[in-house]
Design a protein around this ligand. Sequence first.
Ligand SMILES: Cc1ncc(COP(=O)(O)O)c(C=O)c1O
Length: 396
Amino acid sequence: MLNTSKRVNKLIASPIRKFLPMVRAAEKKGVKFFKLNVGDPDIFAPKEILQGIKKYGNKNIPYAPSPGISKHVQAWLKYYALFGIKLKEENIVPTIGGAEGILLAMMAVADVGEEIIVFEPLYTSYKGFAAVCNVKLAPITLRVENNFKLPAIQEIAKKINKKTRALVVISPDNPTGKVWSNQELKNIIKLARKNNLFIIADETYREIVFEGKPKSILIFPAVRNNALVIDSLSKRFSAPGIRLGALVSYNQKVMRAILKIAMIRLSAPTIEQLATVAILKNSKKYTSKIANEYKQRRDIVNDALKKMPGVLVSQPVGAFYQVAKLPVKNAEDFIKFLITEFRHKNKSVLVAPLEDFYVTRGLGRNEIRVAYVLNIKELKEAMEIFKKGLERYLKK
Ligand SMILES: Cc1ncc(COP(=O)(O)O)c(C=O)c1O
């Protein structure tokens, strides 16, 4: 018998994409779904990127250098300078989205059997990449009931053992919408330094914050040796298909390690690196508008869910996701009901089940994530339909 690898066999289907066949079947029959399940922004991408792609005039499409096209990396430096962070080209390696950044970061800091501390629920690619790298994730569970508050630093410290290599800090966070305060960041930096751990800081949603200003962990000089930042253009420029991100660190050793792996996969896309130079240099022009839009959407989703009997919500302050605990036994079962049975004027709503965002088995079974990636009018209608769907499901 031909078998695939054990590492692949233990992977689970993406919680967000596993319902796709059922959705397609319903769509073929004319059902319209409001898609609040995938973090794919509906907002138009910056015109600079679209123009940049059209303007590409070469007759060849050569590989980019593994450390990135210099013009593109220079544009990143300018982007970071906005946040008071001075970098050199050697501190950045462009990646194929933040997703590849996660993989490269894990491979660079941890060996097979070693451990990385994470806060759950968390973005599911961490689980998938840890599985393929044979790295163990040690989860610290945060709860919707207390707005995903961190435990005392002593509790976090208890998770550290001889095999621990890094802590993951995702801020603003997917799926919780949590934004780490400066004090929380300082505490974790102290812990990381004391125990000689890397901090993998995922700042994919940096500018999407509803309170305070966008920031990076790199503003803290104390973290310079320990931080490896995962960055991405996907969300801040509403352009996930551009497949560009970056790994950023002041630690020369880790950047050399990253570059060695980056060379194996050759390079990030050439045309896209060139097409994003202009907007990276002038990012505020675009990003200053989106946070406010998402804040209004957060309010619509949050208010609507809060009013539904038995539904418990947290208060997101960043990114574009809302977690809710539902008065159901099994959120997946409810989602299947929304896809296959429930219709309101031949419309229904898609949300993501939260169970697979947890590392610990059995948690989050009655929780969902709502991605507010539709315009305000559609979002209002979607939440009305969701309410009706939940009522109908509970009466079953
Ligand atoms: C926290 C986080 N990190 C990284 C990514 C990867 O995004 P991309 O590969 O499009 O940059 C995502 C995507 O949803 C995310 O939510």
